[in-house]
Design a protein around this ligand. Structure first.
Ligand code: KE4
Length: 429
C-alpha cells in the first residue's frame, strides 16, 4: 500500500511543495500531509484506509457533508449533456435568480470560477465606478491571491509567513491600505484622512483566515457608515461566510447591507465556482453591459451550476442553520470544558456553522496581532494528537473549522473524547 508520505515525496517532484494550494502542505506541523482517497458525509478516508471526522470540508463547501447524494445526482444528470459550452445556458439564469433570491442585496450577479476571481473583479468594479485607486482591507483577512489583496493577508499567506507576497509591485501595493480588524477608531481616522480617495472597503464580515474572529458590535456598521459618507463601495467577502453563517450569509446575520458581495465555496457545491454581485446600478458597469471588463472561459458552466444549485437548494430547509449552529455550540462548549479540566489555556470562537480554537490566555481574540500571539506549538501538538485519533482539523492555526449537517452527535462525541486525550497529553508535556 502506498503511504501518504510516499505520495507526498512523489508529488514534490513536479508540484511546488507537493500541493496545489499551500494551506494543504501541513506547514510547521512537522509531519507530511495526509493524502485522501475518498470522502462521504462527515468523513474523509486516506490512502491507507484510515477514517477521519472532517472539520475542513474542502475549506467550507461541504456544508451538507461530502459526496452529498443530491449534489452528485444533479451533476450526474447534467454530465451526459456535456461539460461546458461557452454559450449562455438556462441553468446560469436559474443560479442567478437563486442567488438574488437568497441574498436580497444582490440584484445582479456574475458567475466566476473562484473566490479570488470574485474579489478581484469586485475590486476592479469599485475602482472603475469611483475612479479611485485606494482600497482598504484588514490585516489577516484573506480575499484570494490577486495582487492588490496579497497585502498583510491571512490563510496560507499567513501560515507560510508571507502575509505580503513578493511579486506584488510596490506601485500597486501602495494603493492597498490595511487596518486592524475590529478597530473602529482606525477606520474612522483612516476615512477622515483619505476617505474621498478610497474606492472600497473589502472585509470578511466574519474573519475566517486568521482562525475564526467575529466582528465586534459596531464594526460592520462603522464600515457601512464611512462608506456612505465618502461614497466608497462596501464589499463583503462572503466567500466563506456566505450561506454558512446564516442562509443569507453574514450580511443577514449581522443585518448590515454591503454594496457588493463576493461568493465562493458553498455556491459551487464543491465545483470551482465564485460569484460577485450587487445593485443593478453597480453591476450594469460590468462588460458587456458596461465598460468594466471581466470574463471567464468556464464561468457559469452548466456542470458547476448544477452542483451549486443542488447544494443551495438543500440549505433552504427551515431550521438548517440553527441546527448547524447548535452542533458548533455543542462542540465548542465541550472543547472548552475539556481544556479547562486539563488546565490548558484554550478558547473557542464561533459564528453560525464555523468555529475556531485558539491556544491563548486571552479571553477573546479580535484581530491579527492577538491571533498571531497565540501558542503555535500548542496548536501543533493538539492538531497532531487529534489527527492520530481520526479527527481532521484545519492544518493551520490561522484557519477556521467548518461543521456540516452530516456530523452526528456520535461524531461530535468522538471529537470531544479525542480532544480530552489530546489536551490531557498536553497537560503532562
Ligand atoms: P479561492 O480563490 O481559494 O476559491 O477563494 C479565495 C478566498 C476568498 N475569500 C475568502 C474569505 C476565502 O476564505 C478564500 C479562500 N479560503 C482559503 C481557506 N481559508 C482557501 C483554501 C486554500 O487556499 O486552499
Amino acid at each position: 500500500m502506498t503511504t501518504s508520505a510516499q505520495l507526498f515525496e512523489l508529488a514534490c517532484r513536479h508540484i511546488p511543495g507537493g500541493v496545489n494550494s499551500p494551506v494543504r502542505a501541513f506547514k510547521g506541523l512537522e509531519r507530511p500531509p495526509v493524502f485522501m482517497e475518498r470522502a462521504r458525509g462527515a468523513y474523509l478516508f486516506d490512502v491507507e484506509g484510515r477514517r477521519y471526522v472532517d472539520y475542513v470540508g474542502s475549506w467550507g463547501p461541504m456544508i451538507t457533508g461530502h459526496a452529498d447524494p443530491d449534489v452528485l445526482a444533479a451533476v450526474r444528470e447534467r454530465l451526459d449533456h456535456g461539460l461546458s459550452f461557452g454559450t449562455p445556458t438556462a441553468i446560469e439564469t436559474t443560479m442567478a435568480d437563486l442567488i438574488c433570491e437568497m441574498l436580497p442585496s444582490i440584484e445582479m450577479v456574475r458567475m466566476v470560477n473562484s473566490g479570488t476571481e470574485a474579489t478581484m473583479s469586485a475590486i476592479r468594479l469599485a475602482r472603475g465606478v469611483t475612479g479611485r485607486d485606494k482600497i482598504v482591507k484588514f490585516e489577516g483577512n484573506y480575499h484570494g491571491h490577486s495582487d492588490s489583496l496579497l497585502v498583510k493577508a491571512g490563510s496560507g499567506a499567513l501560515t507560510h509567513g508571507e502575509p505580503s507576497s513578493p511579486g506584488v509591485p510596490a506601485s500597486l501595493a501602495e494603493h492597498t491600505v490595511t487596518l486592524p480588524y475590529n478597530d473602529l477608531d482606525a477606520v474612522e481616522q483612516c476615512f477622515e484622512e483619505i476617505g474621498d480617495q478610497v474606492a472600497c472597503i473589502i472585509v470578511e464580515p466574519v474573519a475566517g483566515n486568521m482562525n475564526c474572529i467575529p466582528p465586534q458590535p459596531g464594526f460592520l456598521e462603522t464600515l457601512r457608515r464611512v462608506c456612505n459618507v465618502h461614497d466608497s463601495v462596501l464589499i463583503f467577502d462572503e466567500v466563506m461566510t456566505g450561506f454558512r453563517v446564516a442562509l443569507g450569509g453574514a450580511q443577514a446575520h449581522y443585518e448590515v447591507k454591503p454594496d457588493l458581495t463576493c461568493l465562493g465555496k458553498i455556491v459551487g457545491g464543491g465545483m470551482p465556482v465564485g460569484a460577485f454581485g450587487g445593485s443593478k446600478t453597480l453591476m450594469s458597469n460590468i462588460s458587456p453591459l458596461g465598460p468594466i471588463y471581466q470574463a471567464g472561459t468556464l464561468s457559469g458552466n452548466p456542470l458547476a451550476m448544477a452542483a451549486g444549485i443542488a447544494l443551495l437548494s438543500k440549505l433552504r430547509v427551515p431550521g438548517f442553520h440553527d441546527a448547524l449552529a447548535q452542533r458548533v455550540e455543542t462542540l465548542c462548549h465541550g472543547l472548552q470544558e475539556r481544556a479547562d479540566a486539563a488546565g490548558i489555556d484554550m478558547i473557542t470562537q464561533r459564528a453560525g456553522g464555523m468555529f475556531g480554537v485558539f491556544f491563548t490566555r486571552q479571553s477573546r481574540v479580535d484581530n491579527f496581532a492577538q491571533a498571531t500571539a497565540c501558542d503555535a506549538g500548542a496548536f501543533r501538538r493538539f492538531f497532531s494528537a487529534m489527527l492520530d485519533q481520526g479527527v481532521y482539523l484545519a492544518p493551520s492555526a490561522y484557519e477556521a473549522g467548518f461543521m456540516s449537517s452530516a456530523h452526528t452527535p456520535e461524531d461530535i462525541q468522538l471529537t470531544l473524547d479525542a480532544a480530552e486525550k489530546a489536551l490531557g497529553a498536553m497537560q503532562k508535556a
